[in-house]
Design a protein around this ligand. Structure first.
Ligand SMILES: C[S@@+](CC[C@H](N)C(=O)[O-])C[C@H]1O[C@@H](n2cnc3c(N)ncnc32)[C@H](O)[C@@H]1O
Length: 253
């Protein structure tokens, strides 16, 4: 049952729209004026129509968050973000450090993964980026475990014994020493980078500076266009987003 304050993703195959059911009357782009009080009490999955458009009312899925949030700096796409969570074994109750916030997409994925008992400390150099990330994180309702900081992830991190250290900054090798001093032994590091040259540098620097189990890969996703008797790969494909390098902190360099 949809309750007051719930975030509703209006879904149809062509469009996803986020509405917060706070009981207020709002103007929603593409829909017109919506009285959100009328949505409260509906069942999840119910159909709703606005003029000629109809949608299913679903809980937010982070898979569709790129279409729901406001975009600024390049985001980590959910298919890569979820792989980072998996490879870093991020789970309920974990303490995670992240740099930088950008549009907040990876912060959202991490906040969801650490659950209500965990914490995500995100360091970001730029106030305008942190403002954008903050508004996206609260739009998605994931702010309770998020501790954003204006600061440099290569030198300002104060947390110790952290479970994972996640980087999406242009020069992640600059943060390796900081990460090593903040992580617990065996803790995970991940660095997301767009080019092969950066990938090679961060890989070698990790391997030579106190990290083991260093691995790098790309994750290319190909969506399918499914129709009875006419199933094939979709014509359009995102050919490249970035590479990711993983490692585990070992006790001595
Ligand atoms: C590509 S964006 C991150 C996008 C984010 N991962 C997402 O999914 O939305 C990179 C961000 O790192 C920030 N940044 C760059 N160097 C940094 C540093 N040394 N410490 C903290 N933030 C940094 C930039 O200002 C920018 O906002």
């Amino acid at each position: 049952m949809i309750e007051s304050g719930d975030r509703i993703m209006l879904w149809n195959p062509a469009e996803k729209i986020l509405i917060i059911a706070d009981g207020e009357v709002k103007r929603i782009s593409g829909l017109g004026v919506v009285d959100t009080a009328k949505l409260i009490g509906s069942k999840w999955g119910d159909e709703i129509s606005f003029g000629s458009k109809s949608y299913r009312m679903l809980q937010i899925s982070l898979e569709h968050a790129p279409e729901l949030i406001k975009r600024g700096p390049q985001i980590i796409r959910p298919h890569m973000g979820s792989l980072i969570v998996h490879n870093c074994d991020v789970s309920c109750g974990d303490i995670v450090v992240e740099g930088g916030a950008g549009s907040g997409m990876m912060s959202a994925i991490l906040n969801r993964a650490v659950g209500s008992e965990g914490r995500v400390h995100t360091y970001e150099l730029r106030e305008d980026h942190l403002r954008l990330a903050r508004s996206n994180i609260s739009l998605l309702g994931l702010q309770d475990t998020w501790y954003p900081v204006i600061g440099d992830v290569t030198k300002d991190v104060e947390e110790k014994d952290v479970d994972a250290f996640i980087l999406d900054i242009p020069e992640p090798w600059e943060a390796l020493e900081m990460a090593h001093s903040c992580l617990k032994n065996g803790g995970h590091i991940a660095a997301y980078i767009p080019s092969m040259n950066q990938m090679e540098k961060v890989y070698v620097d990790m391997r030579d500076n106190g990290f083991a189990d260093v691995r790098a890969f790309e994750n290319i996703r190909r969506d399918m266009s499914v129709g009875k008797g006419n199933t094939r790969p979709a014509f359009e494909m995102l050919g490249h987003t970035g590479y990711v390098v993983f490692g585990r902190k070992i006790s001595s360099k």
